[in-house]
Design a protein around this ligand. Structure first.
Ligand SMILES: Nc1ncnc2c1ncn2[C@@H]1O[C@H](COP(=O)(O)OP(=O)(O)OP(=O)(O)O)[C@@H](O)[C@H]1O
Ligand SMILES: [Mg+2]
Length: 283
């Protein structure tokens, strides 16, 4: 009878298994390495961003259920090591949406693959998945472009299917309030308006229009101090000021939405003056 040597133990595999059994329902391995380079945020990567392969993503809770996406708070961290907070915006498939995007936003935009376009039209499961992925992709690409142009938007960390991971705008784990919920004092109001003007001029210089800009899509940090900061969010529907036939009309609406709020709060500003300034930056 021959003696059989027991198979060598694969310690690396064992350790991995032991760890993955420890993953809770609200955890996964960091997806940083599983997406390609173009699906990661612009370099240099900010110092706070955890890029370690050993990191875990832990869902801390839902921040907001929106019309077309849910936003979750996520912690990405190495157990007992570095960690960061991220906002995970996950687009829902079309049948869970509360409204459909007006087609005037997408005029002139075409998908390349006709099978994909057919699937979207026919609203097959595949089609719904593709549509959610397209909106996520559109928003991620735009965030990268705006970030590079110096517009204060959340740093776009990563895209993975229908999920965008971005800088969490907040104070500790408390999300920053939207401008619509804030009641700034007169000095803060002037300071915030200057940032609105600057951000919109930077959009204009890129010949881009937000298209859904309002005090609901602007977050504010540092309200307890004299110089609060604006962060503009929710940019999947950004449109081209020049090639889109409705570009100027949408820009005018964005200007009115912002100016009207500041006027109601007591600051004398003019939407049409803002429009003229943005148009001057674009041409
Ligand atoms: N990066 C972020 N940091 C902190 N909170 C965020 C971030 N991104 C989104 N949120 C929160 O989630 C909400 C919804 O985000 P967003 O506006 O991008 O999605 P939406 O689907 O268009 O939602 P809505 O229908 O409310 O406009 C925001 O109003 C804000 O409260
Ligand atoms: Mg929004």
């Amino acid at each position: 009878m021959s003696f059989e040597e027991p198979a060598a133990i694969d310690w690396a595999a064992l350790q991995y298994d032991a760890l993955s059994e420890d993953l809770g329902d609200d955890q996964r391995w960091s997806t940083w390495r599983s997406v390609d380079r173009s699906s990661r945020g612009p370099q240099p990567w900010p110092a706070w961003l955890v890029t370690s392969q050993a990191a875990l993503d832990t869902e801390l809770g839902i921040l907001k259920t929106g019309k077309e996406a849910d936003v979750w708070l996520l912690e990405r961290g190495v157990p007992n090591g570095e960690s960061c907070l991220l906002a995970a915006k996950r687009y829902r498939t079309a049948d869970h949406r509360l409204f459909q995007r007006a087609s005037s936003y997408t005029e002139g935009r075409r998908g390349r693959d006709s099978r994909e376009n057919r699937a979207v039209r026919l609203k097959s499961g595949f089609g719904r998945q593709i549509e959610a992925t397209r909106w996520a992709n559109a928003e991620f690409v735009t965030l990268k472009r705006l970030w590079a142009a110096g517009v204060r938007v959340p740093y776009p960390a990563q895209l993975d299917g229908n999920e965008i991971l971005m800088e969490f705008v907040g104070d500790g784990v408390a999300a920053a309030p939207r401008l619509a919920q804030c009641d700034p004092n007169p000095d803060q109001l002037r300071w915030l308006w200057a940032q609105v003007v600057e951000a919109m001029i930077r959009f204009g210089a890129q010949q881009l229009v937000h298209g859904d800009l309002s005090p609901f899509n602007v977050l504010v940090t540092g309200l307890s101090g004299p110089e609060p900061e604006l962060v503009i969010i929710d940019v999947p529907q950004v449109l081209d000021l020049v090639s889109n036939p409705n570009g100027v009309e949408y820009l005018h609406r964005d200007c009115r939405n912002m100016a009207d709020w500041f006027v109601r709060k007591g600051l004398q500003v003019d939407a049409d003056v803002l429009l003229a300034e943005v148009l001057a930056a674009a041409w």
